[in-house]
Write a protein of this length. Sequence first.
Length: 312
Amino acid sequence: MKLSIIIPTYCAEEYLDRLLKSLSVQTVKPQEVIIIDSSSPDRTVEIANFWKAKVIVIPKQKFDHGETRTLAGKAANGEVLIYITQDVMPCDEKAIENLIKPFYQDKKVGATFGRQIPYPDATLFAKHLRLYNYPDKSYVKSLKDKEKYGLKTCFCSNSFAAYRKSVLEEVGWFKSGLIFGEDMHVAAKILLKGYKIAYVAEAKVYHSHSYTVWQEFKRYFDIGVFHKRENWILKEFGKAEGGRYVKSEFKYLLKNGAYHLIPEFFIRNILKFLGYKLGYNYDKLPKSLIKKLSMHSFWWDKVFECRNKYER
């Protein structure tokens, strides 16, 4: 199968050279690498051109988590589209080879995603998040598994994921206008169409974010917004899992002797819960406050603009 790798970028000069170099030594190489850049003012495009990547430049204000990936996907020649974020680094030369294996093993697999290993300098909170969401055992999910996995059934991450292009076309590509979560949204549609999603633990990349307490609050505010606006996903697959994760995180801190982080653990999780609840009820909040609470504050400009036009 022909492969296209798609990397959305903005001010990526810190990461892009090493990422493209790593992709060039993979055991399975793509037919093309597409960089879709949001008008970076740094050397991002220059680095992409050096590695002979296909470059698509869009205005910064036109970036959209779903629409931008769809634009690049439609321009790609590959039968399989591999989406990678700019701050990811493959752990070995077989990351791509392992990621696409399920497509050869089962024609009903419509999407795959790989294992994310936290960077060595990640905080314990960031490390636990990756270890919890990306276990060391592979599995394949279908719609019938929603009783077992709940909302996790449609969990997928475009930080390192692959899709059959034909399946993306069949489900209508990634939805535009989402605050984020285009990967979960399209995964839900793929499952509802009768396809499967494979998690490939052997396809490993380094990726993690060491969010501060306030950044974590904002992240969960946006998760709440996503769940409110796309509530059909929760109705179809079940509500978000919270208690099990909190217990796992607490045990992880104790296991690592991080007793000094216990106060932060309580503060962090209380604020995550509060952030999620506020985000889920964002429509009851004043516009001026919403942008301050959101990690994707720029996204709200489009929402408010559309709302103002509607109200007129």
